[in-house]
Design a protein around this ligand. Structure first.
Ligand code: SF4
Length: 331
């Protein structure tokens, strides 16, 4: 039997989150300061060829799913060509994409033709134009809402990612859920995290999993759905609604026992956990001439050190508390 990526807790790694760029066309307050971040020099970004090799070797070790993130993946030139390239990997079952939706409307027909591109996660934190601008510091709500409608009507599976931000959009939780009545969309509420280029935001109210669920239950009777073992969200159905609702306890980290994912940042840093500060630079390893066999051995040994959970990962950080922008990690 071919080798598999299994960590010291018996969790098998089947999913890689690959950030194709740290560039983004938005400036979401929970991800980076209004003036942006210091982006990596272009030469420091992984090339598409390097990304293809990394994913290929991981799929030879049992990874079947890749999620492409950023920054904003569609900001990277020739991203569609990279999707076509990845689609040739016969061991890869699913290519998922997380996007802010401001630039993808014109690409939807091409994405629908790509068999392996199945799930699109659209990040949208407000249904109000002014509030959207306040959160993202960019006036592109109409484009993003149009993308939402086009994706909902497309053959692609659509999930909405809504970061619940105290003092910004907690009053819209019920509005987002109302969308699921007539639309077959999964709305997922994500706990805000300090990956914002500054560190923990001074928030009065902690909108964690429990508080978000309580808010939902003030208006809706929800029934817990059976989710995939390694699902990041706890999902609920509502009687008479086409779509579903989920909550991702990303900061309270109650999902770590079944974690099946690793991450690769835009500059090729390998992460065993979102909360670690990177364990190895794959880019330099590749550029130093490493073979695919050497890469395979490397992955097998790195995964052995995957921490039990995000709290252990955070405690073991060498570069201080979490504050780096999510745009440099890929979420
Ligand atoms: S916090 Fe780390 S271990 Fe927990 S689910 Fe996220 S990536 Fe996995």
């Amino acid at each position: 039997m071919s080798q598999q990526l299994i960590d010291s807790f018996g969790r098998q790694i089947k999913y890689v989150r690959l950030a194709v760029t740290d560039r983004c066309n938005l400036r979401c307050q929970y991800c980076m300061p209004a003036h942006g971040i210091e982006i990596a020099p272009r030469a420091d970004l992984l090339t598409f060829k390097e990304m293809y090799r990394i994913v290929r070797v991981l799929t030879e070790l049992g990874v079947t799913k890749v999620r492409l993130t950023g920054g904003e993946p569609f900001v990277r030139k020739d991203f569609i060509k990279f999707l076509e390239m990845l689609s040739f990997n016969d061991l890869l079952e699913t290519i998922n994409i997380t996007t802010n939706g401001a630039m993808i409307a014109k690409h939807i027909p091409v994405l629908e033709q790509m068999e392996k591109v199945q799930n699109i996660n659209l990040s949208i934190d407000s249904l109000q134009k002014e509030k959207f601008f306040q959160i993202t510091r960019r006036d592109v709500f109409p484009e993003v809402y149009e993308t939402f409608e086009l994706l909902e009507q497309s053959s692609l599976n659509l999930k909405l990612n809504v970061v619940v931000q105290a003092g910004f959009n907690t009053d819209e939780i019920v509005d987002f859920i109302a969308l699921t009545k007539e639309k077959n969309v999964a709305v997922r509420f994500i706990e805000e995290m300090p990956f914002n280029g500054k560190g923990q935001r001074d928030i009065q109210e902690n909108w964690n999993y429990t508080k978000i669920l309580e808010e939902i239950q003030t208006q809706f009777q929800v029934k817990q759905m059976v989710s995939e073992k390694s699902s990041t969200s706890r999902n609920f159905s509502i009687g008479g609604h086409q779509g579903s609702v989920g909550i991702i306890p990303a900061f309270t980290r109650t999902i770590c026992n079944d974690c099946n994912r690793i991450r690769v940042t835009p500059t090729g840093t390998f992460k065993n956990c979102l909360f670690d500060d990177g364990v190895f630079n794959l880019r330099d390893f590749l550029r130093a001439g490493a073979s695919n066999e050497e890469l395979k051995e490397l992955f097998l040994s790195l995964v052995k050190d995957k921490p039990a959970n995000g709290f252990v990962a955070e405690a073991n950080r060498k570069q201080g508390n979490v504050s780096e922008s999510m745009s440099t990690i890929g979420g």
